[in-house]
Design a protein around this ligand. Structure first.
Ligand code: SF4
Length: 412
């Protein structure tokens, strides 16, 4: 197996010792940061082929024992960058397990479950790989941006097949059997709150009277606040990242076919089940469509005693929606509007200086490898192309592109 040395990791990473991550198509990994592949060793590491326990006893054990000798698999490459290493977060979460021998930890503690592409929305920043709802919307004749739908019926079918692992009874049983020592579950999708397998996992922990000491962290599109789900969730410690990209009609256009009036009510319902130790936060995905309206969202958050996640998720792909496409003067308008708001509420009633948010976005945009600048003479990469796709997306769904406040789109 190809390996790398890690200068800044004096103890083996806890991820293979206590964690497992399942990707939407069922690929198994120690953590969500695991990046590269070693095709020889990783072949067959899919939930469709092997149970959690089989993966733990073979691959994860091998990784952990290699890391004890500071031989890190190439999958860990991303953890060797200047980005905050994921490695550190496991050490902070489980300090009493740092440096333990393999035999001393018998079971998983941390699950990262990405439940295929079952979803009930088709947001402009998303695509069929993350939401099968795009299929319905495409069949109804709505415009699809480049890359939002698989390019053939065959690839769509293939994708569908790989995404339904969580419906397999044997797989569900395997997950439930692995819950014995689990105290942290991160779940996303698709939309995790409508996923029956997550409901089964949660119900099992409630029945075992372990929910109160287990954290459920979810990314939700905020459409599902049905009482049954909220009642289940209320038993757990909670971290809820509530996706809302804008307020009013702009949200409805960007996160088609969700409705902001309903999202507001749903946010409140989630808020009602939060305890002091929990965190509920709005996590907008910043892109060219909502950039000039972020200040409106900050104001809405302040007026409604809501909370925003402390770091904005600035979209970098698909490239046509990245704010690095925008002329600098439009970026400056967005920065100025946000600065004028002064502070925005975050979790536990704390206030974030919008200056810090602005500085963070500015700093990130300097990295043009990630936030690419338009390339001259490249039609797909141009700002005009971004405007063209935006116009088509909004008009096709019955919304005015002027909602974006982008000057070129104000007179459509
Ligand atoms: S070193 Fe980083 S990438 Fe590797 S298993 Fe640990 S957390 Fe994951």
């Amino acid at each position: 197996m190809k390996t790398i040395k890690m200068k800044n990791k004096p103890t083996p990473c806890l991820a293979p010792l206590l964690s497992i991550a399942v990707q939407p198509k069922g690929r198994l990994r120690p953590c969500c940061w695991w990046w590269g592949t070693d095709s020889n060793f990783e072949k067959g590491h899919n939930i469709q082929n092997m149970s959690f326990q089989e993966y733990r006893k073979t691959a994860l054990k091998t990784y952990y024992e290699m890391m004890e000798k500071n031989e890190y698999p190439v999958g860990c490459t991303k953890c060797n960058t200047t980005a905050n290493p994921r490695y550190e977060s496991y050490n902070q979460q489980y300090p009493h397990l740092v440096g333990k021998k393999w035999e001393e930890v018998k079971n998983f503690k941390h699950l990262d479950l990405r439940f295929g592409n079952l979803c009930n929305a088709s947001c402009v920043t998303c695509n069929y790989k993350n939401s099968n709802y795009f299929g319905k919307v495409a069949e109804q004749g709505y415009y699809m941006a480049p890359g939002q739908m698989p390019d053939s019926e065959e690839s769509r079918n293939k994708l569908d097949e790989s995404m339904i692992w969580h419906e397999d009874t044997k797989v569900i049983e395997g997950i439930v059997e692995s819950l014995e020592d689990v105290d942290y579950i991160y779940a996303t999708g698709g939309e995790p709150t409508i996923n029956p397998t997550l409901h089964k996992v949660m119900q099992h922990l409630i029945d075992e009277n372990r929910a109160y000491k287990t954290t459920i962290e979810i990314n939700t599109n905020g459409t599902n606040a049905n009482q049954k789900f909220l009642d289940m969730l209320s038993h757990f410690k909670k971290v809820v990242m509530f996706s809302m990209d804008a307020i009013g009609d702009l949200n409805d256009a960007m996160r088609y076919p969700t409705k902001f009036v309903q999202m507001e009510k749903n946010y409140q319902k989630y808020n009602d089940i939060m305890t002091k130790q929990d965190r509920l936060m709005i996590t907008p995905t910043v892109n060219i469509h909502n950039w000039l309206s972020m200040a409106d969202m900050f104001r809405w958050i302040n007026e409604n005693n809501a909370a925003i996640g402390s770091r904005l998720n600035v979209l970098y792909t698909p490239v046509w929606q990245c704010i690095s496409r925008m002329p600098q003067e439009y970026l400056d308008i967005g920065y100025k509007d946000m600065l004028n708001v002064g502070t925005v509420r975050t979790t536990h009633g704390r206030l974030l200086q919008t200056e810090n948010i602005v500085n963070d976005v500015r700093r990130r945009l300097v990295n043009t490898t990630v936030y690419k600048k338009p390339i001259n003479n490249d039609e797909y990469e141009s700002w005009d192309k971004s405007l063209d796709i935006t116009r088509k997306w909004f008009v096709s769904r019955g919304y005015n592109p002027a909602l974006t406040k982008i000057p070129e789109l104000l007179d459509v």
